[in-house]
Design a binder for this molecule. Structure first.
Ligand SMILES: Nc1nc2c(c(=O)[nH]1)N[C@H]1C(S)=C(S)[C@@H](COP(=O)(O)OP(=O)(O)OC[C@H]3O[C@@H](n4cnc5c(=O)[nH]c(N)nc54)[C@H](O)[C@@H]3O)O[C@H]1N2
Ligand SMILES: Nc1nc2c(c(=O)[nH]1)N[C@H]1C(S)=C(S)[C@@H](COP(=O)(O)OP(=O)(O)OC[C@H]3O[C@@H](n4cnc5c(=O)[nH]c(N)nc54)[C@H](O)[C@@H]3O)O[C@H]1N2
Ligand code: SF4
Ligand SMILES: [Mo]
Length: 711
């Protein structure tokens, strides 16, 4: 038996691990106390990393659908050759835009997968690049593209005296915020340390989450009202003069317009419509506005709600009007380690509406967002007849059949593809519809480093992880499959700024070195520092504004003003659907990963959590089957009482429930995406569906079999 130092690649936190391996089998995983980033912290998923490798659900060979429609083992070389041939035919007949990729969550943590996928689709020349970002928090892309962006960087959590989190629960998700001081690593200890030195934490969440329980002030609104809450905070801050007039004078356009636009959103209006006591809203505004340093950061609760683009715009506007950005001469937040250092400057990059020019989708004329098409149009792109209809799709590290709103339509779309290839270690809902399932290597079988994560770390930190286990003979690294496929299609891949030799596959080590070659840490040093390397870096200072620069942040461009008016308008009461569905995450699973690991999740399903009073009002008992319905669809679920959930709310996590609607939710859970629409209440630009704050109703199924009621 030997203990190896490594780090976890199941989520962005990249926690340091000590992995015991006995005869090629992981026997135990604990946190690495000598890792400067995570300091010994791990979560249950990371500690069960061995089960992902050795568990019975792991695919150790690729699969191919045979003429009878069954998935049968196939060696990856013949699978690749046949996929290349079939893709080649589709491209010859229908052009490159008939081929799409879907970039899933787990493609982020295999260091080489995402750059390869991006290089692959670029080399092919197809416009059909989709990812989970546009069913996640792409409002965070839209805001800087419409507002412009301050280039000096934001203030950081580590020296802030206030922080406001809305719609995010980093204690479970390890994922709060943008690149500005995000709370990703070891959040419990970092929140505790920050509060000891005086930081005030404000949390806005309809649930008393693990994070809210650590807050100085918790505002508990009805879901779906974030625009109103942020507008109310801006109202108080601007009317009490708590904003940073100097910063606004120098960098901001539209302050008076914004003040006018939120003029009627008094704390009393916010109280009436969201349930947040007016006095609490005022207190929150005064704490935030009165502090010197600290930002608002949001998560899926805001970015998946109604009017999400304008809600996020207002959240960032709070940071802007309070001037919570680094000024010339201040040390930059986080010097780069493996990435090239980008100079920070006390300047503004102007808005850049990428979706207004170039390629437009055939259905709906949707433009691209940072090179991608919104996943909200993906089912239409496949199902609507037409010349550049998507006929072939490659999914890497994702499970879109489970993850996309409107399960029925997503399933129909993926089922109707001429060719569906998914690279996935498990037989997911998506894999079950695929023509080929390519079985990839997993974390402890491959080399990785932290280049793509370092921008969200709290300290300058980098780590390399060596392969610890010999991969099963039938599996392949994600990137290598994409390389071989590209070579057989005659595509020239560009990686880290160079053309790869397509006749001679590189090694993973070569590629990792290329990705880090412009960083400050040489590969040899990185490989030697097994617990990770931290750098004593001479502070890099934010450079002064260029004397010729006149770009300013746009607080209220015309389209944002119109969206704001609509968002602040009163919605019709909906008596048929009196409750609000709210998104949440579960500590034990990462989206759909981990559901099937014995003993990992608390239940073999995702409960519908409701306040005990809501159960009592409906005569419901703990653990009982209920039907949850929306204007779009319905599902059967298991109800659980949870006093931490605000009344009026149904709190459920996603990525559960198989493709068969009538299966018993008690063994496999319920897919909330059956309740969601891809056509009703869609955001402009990113086509973001409404996924939180959705009107729903709940009724007992005590005396009816679930199979008859669920669609
Ligand atoms: N353990 C675990 N970690 C994960 C994941 C996982 O599945 N499991 N998934 C990963 C992924 S893909 C992502 S994108 C991130 C997401 O990271 P987060 O955005 O932090 O996700 P959540 O923990 O679900 O936090 C969302 C919070 O929003 C609240 N909420 C719901 N509706 C509203 C609303 O209308 N307004 C407000 N203000 N709040 C609302 C919910 O109660 C919930 O506490 O997490 C990542 N990390
Ligand atoms: N209703 C509702 N729907 C949602 C959400 C919600 O809150 N509510 N959240 C949305 C969000 S934020 C996201 S990000 C999406 C998630 O959507 P996806 O990213 O599509 O879903 P995941 O379940 O994370 O898929 C990851 C897949 O990667 C596989 N995998 C694991 N390790 C590896 C590896 O090393 N290589 C490869 N190739 N594959 C690997 C896993 O088996 C799994 O099938 O769901 C979205 N859908
Ligand atoms: S939080 Fe859990 S899943 Fe994420 S990196 Fe750490 S141990 Fe792994
Ligand atoms: Mo996500």
């Amino acid at each position: 038996m030997a203990t190896h130092v490594s780090y976890c690649r199941i989520c962005q936190a990249s926690c340091g691990l000590l992995v015991d391996i006995d005869d090629g089998v992981v026997t135990k995983i604990i946190g690495d106390r000598d890792n400067a980033l995570s300091r010994g912290f791990t979560c249950p998923k990371g500690r069960r990393g061995g089960d992902f490798h050795h568990g019975p659900q792991r695919l150790t060979t690729s699969l191919r659908r045979d003429d009878q429609g069954d998935l049968q083992p196939v060696d990856v070389a013949s699978a690749t050759a046949e996929i290349a041939e079939r893709l080649g035919k589709i491209i010859d007949e229908h052009g490159v835009d008939a081929v799409a990729i879907f970039q899933g969550t787990q493609s982020t943590f295999a260091t080489l997968s995402r750059p390869f996928l991006q290089s692959w689709i670029r080399a092919l020349g197809s416009h059909k690049h989709f990812s989970t970002m546009t069913i996640d928090q792409s409002a965070k892309w839209i805001v800087p593209l419409r507002m412009g962006q301050y280039l000096g960087g934001g203030q950081r959590f580590e020296d802030a005296d206030v922080w406001l989190l809305s719609g995010t629960n980093p204690m479970v998700s390890l994922n709060a915020g943008n690149f500005d001081g995000p709370l990703v690593n070891d959040p419990s200890a970092r929140i505790r340390d920050a509060r000891r030195r005086g930081l005030k934490l404000i949390v806005i969440d309809p649930r008393r989450t693990e994070t809210a329980a650590r807050a100085d002030l918790h505002l508990q609104p009805l879901p779906g009202h974030d625009s109103l809450v942020f507008a109310g905070l801006l109202h108080v801050i601007l009317s009490e003069g708590l904003h940073d007039a100097g910063f606004c004078e120098q960098y901001v356009d539209g302050l008076d317009d914004l003040r006018l636009a939120v003029g009627e959103v008094t704390p009393q209006v916010v109280e009436r419509r969201t349930g947040i006591p007016a006095a609490d809203l005022v207190t929150a505004a005064r704490i935030f506005g009165g502090a010197r340093r600290g930002m608002v950061s949001t998560g899926t609760g805001v970015c998946m709600g109604p009017h999400s683009n304008v809600a996020e715009h207002l959240a960032i506007s709070l940071n802007v009007v309070c001037g919570r950005y680094l000024r010339a001469g201040e040390p930059v937040g986080l010097p780069a380690m493996l990435q090239p250092m980008i100079a920070s400057r006390a300047d503004v990059a102007p808005p850049d509406r990428t979706w207004e020019e170039g390629f437009r989708s055939r259905v709906g004329g949707v433009g691209r967002l940072l090179g991608q098409l919104p996943s909200g149009i993906l089912p239409d792109e496949i199902l609507e007849p037409g010349p550049d209809r998507v006929r072939a799709m490659i999914v890497v590290g994702g499970n879109p059949v489970s993850a996309l709103p409107d399960t029925e339509r997503a399933t129909a779309a993926f089922r109707s593809l001429d060719l569906l290839v998914t690279i996935d270690p498990r037989l997911t809902e998506t894999a079950q519809l695929a023509d080929f399932v390519i079985a990839p290597t997993l974390e402890f079988e491959r080399a990785d480093h932290t280049v793509s994560m370092e921008a969200i770390f709290p300290i300058p930190f980098a780590q390399y992880a060596a392969p610890l286990l010999a991969p099963p003979p039938g599996v392949i690294e994600d990137w290598r499959f994409l390389f071989d496929l590209a070579a057989q299609l005659g595509l020239q891949l560009r990686f880290a700024g160079r053309d790869l030799d397509m006749t001679e596959p590189p090694t993973s080590e070569d590629l990792l070195a290329l990705l880090a070659e412009r960083g400050r840490v040489p590969m040899a040093e990185l490989r030697a520092g097994s617990h990770g390397v931290t750098a004593e870096v001479a502070p890099v200072l934010v450079a002064p504004r260029s004397p010729t620069s006149s770009d300013r942040l746009q607080l209220l461009p015309d389209d944002v003003r119109i969206e704001l008016e609509i968002a602040l308008g009163t919605a019709e009461p909906d008596d048929a659907y009196p409750l609000r569905l709210a998104v949440r995450r579960m500590r034990e699973v990462m989206n759909s990963l981990g559901r099937d690991v014995e003993g990992l999740p608390d239940h073999p399903y995702n409960p519908a959590f409701m306040h005990p009073s809501e159960l009592a009002a409906r005569g419901l008992a703990e653990g009982q089957l209920v039907e949850v319905s929306s204007a779009h669809g319905r599902l059967a679920a298991v109800v659980h009482a949870d006093a931490k959930v605000r009344s009026g709310v149904v709190s459920m996590t996603h990525s559960w429930g198989g493709p068969v609607a009538s299966s018993d939710p008690r063994s496999g859970g319920s897919n909330v995406n059956r309740l969601l629409s891809m056509t009703h209440r869609i955001e402009a630009i990113n086509r973001m569906p409404l996924m939180s704050g959705v009107p729903v109703a709940v009724r007992s199924l005590a005396d009816q079999p679930y199979a008859d009621t669920a669609r």
